[in-house]
Design a protein around this ligand. Structure first.
Ligand SMILES: [Zn+2]
Length: 263
């Protein structure tokens, strides 16, 4: 069956040109195809992918970001000129910060306030709409502070401060209340983020549809090729915050018999 090629949204094409021509990305390699379009995608193993990685690590040193798990995500977010990314599929913009409620959190909000927000509503918009509909601002502030276990006081902390610390805790800490408008994906994507945003994620990536997301941290292949490793611990580790903003990988392919093991 021939795979139909997705047509990229015009706004995404303009976004790619904006990024590539922005001084923040000076020296980050990208090629143009014969038809003049940008070769946005490159695998980590390709020559261009390797050069992108080298560029990113040097940029990390320049910015004083430590070379450890999640370093690509940190660098690419830091240098992104707008922090808003256009969706390749629908052309809408979403924040690159962890600004959108994840499934369970949006469910909790909707249950508490009898609303119908989705996981693509920005937390700042949710805040504004709730207050506008008559919810007490301090009460909602307390709700977020409690959910996020934030070290803040609703009497003194502003909306911006509360959202900022909740965002940071979800991005860098161990809270999963909020998620980003687009997941990190460097060096595969030039700007370091998936081409499609949160809005079109489950439709585009068949392997990560909503039902499959729940079991994503379990690497099924491990069971097929290896039955005596420290599999559960490895799964836990892959799904842990250590790999937040990056993806866990094995030393060698599981299909060739490499161990799925946390070590
Ligand atoms: Zn979209």
């Amino acid at each position: 069956m021939a795979r139909e090629e997705r047509k990229w949204n015009d706004r995404f094409l303009a976004y790619m040109e904006m990024i590539v021509n922005h001084p923040n990305y000076k020296g980050l390699p990208i090629k143009r195809k014969d038809d003049g379009s940008l070769a946005w995608i490159a695998t980590a193993k390709s020559e261009i992918g390797q050069k992108r990685i080298e560029w990113c690590l040097n940029k990390a040193d320049e910015l004083g970001i430590e070379r450890r798990a999640g370093v690509y995500a940190d660098v690419m977010l830091r240098i992104h000129p707008t922090k808003w990314k256009v969706c390749q599929t629908c052309g809408n913009e979403m924040s690159l910060y962890y600004h959108y409620p994840n499934a369970n959190f949006v469910k909790a909000i909707n249950k508490k306030y009898s609303t119908d927000f989705t996981d693509c509503d920005h937390i700042s918009d949710i805040w504004d709409k709730l207050i506008k509909s008559g919810v007490n601002e301090k009460e909602f502030a307390d709700f977020l502070i409690k959910k996020g276990e934030l070290d803040l006081n609703s009497s003194s902390a502003t909306k911006d401060i509360i959202i900022e610390s909740l965002e940071y805790k979800c991005r860098k800490g161990n809270k999963s209340l909020l998620g980003p408008g687009a997941m990190s994906n460097f060096p595969d994507r030039y700007d370091g983020f998936h081409t499609y945003n949160r809005c079109c994620r489950s439709a585009q990536d068949k392997g990560r549809s909503k039902e499959n997301l729940k079991s994503y941290t379990k690497d099924r292949r491990a069971y097929e090729y290896w039955s005596d490793g420290n599999i559960h611990a490895a799964d836990q580790f892959m799904g842990s915050s250590f790999f937040e903003g990056t993806s866990a990988d094995h030393i060698g392919p599981i299909s060739l018999g490499f161990v799925h093991d946390p070590r």
